[in-house]
Design a protein around this ligand. Structure first.
Ligand code: SF4
Length: 290
């Protein structure tokens, strides 16, 4: 009897993004990474000024803050060099992409979904930045485009989150997550392994608790120590040791068992900006799912 994983065309034992896009869209879908010029409650003083301890200003902050149409053109140009027929999802990645008046969100998101060869929208945000008017707009968008909301929860443990300065509780996350689910909005949860103070069991517990929520997608990331962050200080003073590659792989393999087969595993690790990466250097080799 075959023990082939149900959502796999090869030997993968998890529901990869490649498989999902192939079966939903007929082929590989690319991400056009965009900077909408947002900030974050942890950076603008609303909840803090320092940001999360691992944050170097928000992942994807490397994207040039050009007018949105120019960013979209440049990203599509970059993507089409790899594949002239490519379609892309507009990915608002930098900082908190619903942290603005809803009219500002409309201006940006409508431009993005109406741009040629953009087939959907992905919005990275925080659960404490989803007020009702924003949720209503996202619900409307969800009827008109392929929408994913990405929530950076990182861990289900509030004590860890307080230590790195996340700025919201797990119960706040649960409330917003449930609202997104009630609106049938595809939701991708981000986890970080290797946070200071967390052991193997706690990382597994994060996967177990989030897996029980049956999210549509998850991104599992390795904690990268980037220059000019509070984690860099901890690491350089010897107060923090990054995860070893074997430990990371073992942890991720065990975590995957907690997610239902339907949950799409969008990443098995993250990309730290190479020029800024202090550790772990083994992460330079690619482990991300196809
Ligand atoms: S929520 Fe995101 S953008 Fe804001 S400080 Fe934390 S990692 Fe940086």
């Amino acid at each position: 009897m075959s023990n082939k994983f149900i959502y796999s065309d090869d030997n993968k034992k998890y529901h990869s993004l490649f498989y999902y896009n192939k079966h939903r869209f007929g082929g590989r879908i690319y991400k056009a990474v965009l900077n909408g010029g947002f900030t974050c409650p942890n950076l603008d003083g609303s909840k803090g000024f320092q940001g999360c301890a691992f944050c170097d200003g928000g992942s994807g902050a490397f994207t040039k803050a050009l007018p949105l149409q120019s960013q979209l053109s440049l990203e599509l140009e970059r993507i089409k060099k790899q594949n002239p027929d490519a379609k892309a999802i507009a990915y608002f990645q930098v900082h908190t992409n619903t942290y603005a008046p809803v009219e500002d969100l409309k201006n940006l998101f409508e431009q993005a979904i109406n741009f040629p060869d953009i087939i959907g929208l992905s919005v990275g945000t925080r659960p404490d930045c989803l007020p009702d008017d924003v949720l209503n707009y996202l619900s409307d968008l969800n009827q008109r485009t392929y929408l994913t909301v990405e929530l950076g929860i990182q861990t289900v443990h509030d004590k860890t989150a307080e230590a790195f300065g996340r700025g919201y509780s797990f119960s706040e996350f649960l409330e917003s997550y449930q609202k997104l689910q009630n609106l049938h909005i595809r939701t991708c949860l981000h986890i970080i392994n290797g946070l200071q103070g967390e052991d193997f069991e706690e990382m597994l517990e994060t996967a177990q608790v989030l897996g029980a929520l049956k999210p549509q997608a998850v991104k599992i990331q390795l904690l990268h120590i980037l220059k000019d962050t509070r984690y860099a200080e901890l690491y350089q003073s010897g107060k923090y040791l990054p995860m070893e590659q074997e430990d990371y792989i073992f942890t991720v393999v065990k975590q995957l068992e907690y997610f239902p087969p339907e949950t799409v595993i969008e990443r098995l690790t993250g990309d730290g900006e190479k020029a800024k990466l202090l550790a772990p250097l083994w992460s330079m080799s690619e482990l991300s799912p196809a």
